[in-house]
Design a protein. Structure first.
Length: 258
C-alpha cells in the first residue's frame, strides 16, 4: 500500500458526505470464517449443489440444515474484527452511510453498523419453504429440530439466497440507489466474482462515485475501480478512518456546511 494511495483515499473520505461500504467474504475471513473458496473450509465437505440450491434442499433438507447449523455454530463463536468496527464507526462521520454486504453472518450488525443491506440474506433468519410466507427473524440457534418446521407444518429453509435464486428486490434496489448516490464507495474484502452483486461498485463509479478497494490481493473488480489499497481491512480501515477524521476536523467550517 503506497502512502500516496492511502492519502488520496483519506482525502476522498474527508470530503465525502455520502459513503457506501460494499463488503464480501474477505472481511469475515479476518474473523476466522472461511470463504467459499478457501482451502480446508466447511464448504470442502459438501457439494454446492447439495447444500446451496433449492434443488438440494428439496432432495435432502436435513443435510442442508446440518450444513447451515454448522455454519451458524462457526459464526456464533466468531467475533467482529477491527475492520467491522471501523465501518460501524464511520456511520457517525458522514451525512449518509450505507453498509451493503454479500455476507450472511451478521458480523456488521454485531459490530454496531446500522441499517445493513444483506444482499444474500442472513444465517439468523428462516422462512417457510412453501407458500405461507412466514419469516422467523431472528431464528434461534441452535435450531430446535433439524430440519425445523414452520407454524403451518411445512419445512423452514435458511433465510439465505441460494445459487440460482434472485436477490431480494427491495434490498437490491436500496443498495443500487445508495451506492449510486454516494461520493465514495469502499469495496472491502470481495473477490468480485459473484454477480449481480459485483456490479454494484462498477455502477456506482459510472454514476460518479470515487471507488476504493481494500483487499490483500487483486480482485476481479480491481481494474474497474479508482484506487486499491493492499492489505487486511482490519489494519487499513481503522487507519483510514482516523486519517479521514483528522483531515475532516481541519476543514473550514464553511466548507463543512457547504
Amino acid at each position: 500500500m503506497s502512502d500516496l494511495g492511502f492519502e488520496k483515499a483519506a482525502k476522498a473520505l474527508a470530503h465525502a458526505r455520502r459513503v457506501a461500504v460494499f463488503s464480501g467474504a474477505g472481511i469475515s475471513a479476518e474473523s476466522g470464517i472461511p470463504t467459499f473458496r478457501s482451502a480446508g473450509g466447511l464448504w470442502e465437505n459438501f457439494q454446492l449443489e447439495d447444500v446451496a440450491t433449492p434443488e438440494g434442499f428439496h432432495r435432502n433438507p436435513a443435510l442442508v440444515w446440518e450444513f447451515y447449523e454448522a455454519r451458524r455454530k462457526a459464526v456464533h463463536h466468531a467475533s467482529p474484527n477491527p475492520g467491522h468496527f471501523a465501518i460501524a464507526r464511520m456511520a457517525g462521520l458522514f451525512e449518509e452511510m450505507t453498509t451493503i454486504t454479500q455476507n450472511v453472518d451478521g458480523l456488521h450488525q454485531r459490530a454496531g453498523s446500522p441499517a445493513v443491506l444483506e444482499l444474500h440474506g442472513s444465517l439468523w433468519s428462516a422462512r417457510c419453504a412453501q407458500d405461507c410466507g412466514a419469516v422467523v427473524d431472528p431464528f434461534p440457534f441452535p435450531a430446535a429440530s433439524c430440519p425445523p418446521r414452520c407454524k403451518c407444518g411445512a419445512l423452514l429453509r435458511p433465510g439465505v439466497v441460494w445459487f440460482g435464486e434472485m436477490l431480494p428486490e427491495r434490498i437490491w434496489h436500496d443498495a443500487m440507489n445508495a451506492s449510486a448516490q454516494s461520493d465514495v464507495v469502499l469495496v472491502v474484502g470481495t473477490s468480485g466474482a459473484v454477480w449481480p452483486a459485483a456490479g454494484i461498485p462498477i455502477a456506482a463509479r459510472r454514476e460518479g462515485a470515487f471507488v476504493i478497494e481494500v483487499n490483500p490481493e487483486e480482485s476481479e473488480l480491481t481494474s474497474n475501480l479508482d484506487l486499491s489499497l493492499r492489505g487486511l481491512s482490519g489494519e487499513i480501515l481503522p487507519r483510514l478512518l482516523d486519517a479521514a477524521t483528522e483531515l475532516r476536523a481541519l476543514r473550514p467550517a464553511t466548507e463543512k456546511r457547504g
